[in-house]
Ligand binder design. Structure first.
Ligand code: RIB
Ligand code: CA
Length: 312
């Protein structure tokens, strides 16, 4: 079975970093062809530095490209309160050994999409500014990308507001552009990502392997793990690992087709992913597969096996 060519777009924060460590090891299924960076958890310069340094940590110099420094129309807000000032829990990694490519993220994504002739799958785990910019700049892109798997949104509720999840809220206009583009979307929203957590015991089990990767993982998750405990959560959610794992092993998940569109006008519900999943009224088009459930025990097993499989 040939590998799935994957473009990874992230706002490399703690769970983005974990998702990248996971994607890199799922190489029996996924082939990372490029990584783009977007402002989100931390400014895009910091995202790019984090991403390059994590590639060095994995000993894989994937092509990395810097993208948008702010949302299309909204003010940029970071999430340092949860991800630490440097976005990776204030863990320290050695200075990156290589530089990001000169092309802008959206140009590099289009070039990759042309190269893979309609087979490229995009995994986007930050605000969707880069993806939507590529869609608007390149009208052929919606025929060249097989599907976009996102961590974002929620069929109900939110985290950054009562109505919206951070990635969608940060750039609702970009998100709406993706959902309206005609490109098939797989949405891993809070319904499933809040189930995808690791307990303190599981985090300690990972740390017990004492490789440079597991030591980094332990160091980079301390701030967000403590914040999760203060919120009374059962563990540390690895939101961004969900679309990665779905791309490789969809059988671990449940979900259903639905229509999804993004609120871009209202102040109260800005960034809400409005879906007909639970509604008598049905949108005319099912443009999204909404992932709703995951087998958490199997999720934790894959995460532990993957993160502890790295060797120095
Ligand atoms: O709401 C969680 C999402 O926002 C995750 O992708 C996290 O990394 C932040 O980007
Ligand atoms: Ca993210």
């Amino acid at each position: 079975m040939s590998k799935i060519p994957v473009w990874f777009d992230a706002d490399t924060g703690v769970d983005d970093a974990t998702a990248l460590l996971l994607a890199n090891k799922l190489d029996e299924k996924l082939q990372i062809v490029g990584i783009s960076c977007v402002a989100g958890n931390v400014p895009v310069e910091q995202v790019t530095e984090n991403t390059l340094r994590i590639c060095d940590l994995m000993k894989k110099q994937y092509p990395v490209f810097k993208g948008a420094g702010k949302p299309w129309f909204k003010e940029y807000h970071d999430a340092c309160y949860f991800h630490g000032n440097n976005g990776i829990g204030d863990a320290v990694l050695p200075k990156e050994s290589y530089e990001a490519g000169k092309e802008k993220a959206w140009d590099a994504l289009h070039e990759a999409a042309l190269r893979y002739e309609g087979q490229l799958e995009v995994i986007a785990v930050g605000p969707l500014t880069n993806i939507a910019t590529a869609i608007v700049k390149y009208p052929d892109l919606n025929k060249l990308i097989k599907r976009v798997l996102i961590m974002g949104g929620a069929a109900s509720g939110g985290n950054v507001t009562p109505a919206a999840e951070f990635n969608i809220y940060e750039d609702p206009h970009a998100a709406q552009t993706l959902f309206m583009s005609g490109i098939p979307v797989v949405m891993c929203g809070l319904e499933v990502t809040m189930q995808a957590y690791l307990t303190s015991e599981e985090i300690d089990e990972i740390h017990g392997h004492h490789s440079s990767v597991t030591d980094f993982y332990y160091a980079c998750t301390r701030i967000s793990h403590r914040a999760s405990q203060r919120l009374g959560l059962p563990g540390l959610c690895v939101h961004d690992a969900c679309p990665v794992l779905f791309a490789a092993y969809p059988e671990l998940f449940k979900g259903e087709e639905a229509g999804v569109y993004v609120e871009t006008q209202s102040e109260l519900t800005l960034g809400k992913t409005v879906t007909d999943l639970y509604s008598d009224f049905q949108f005319p088009e099912k443009n999204t597969f909404i992932v709703t459930d995951i087998d958490r025990e199997k999720f934790a097993k894959v995460m532990i096996e993957t993160l502890t499989s790295y060797r120095d």
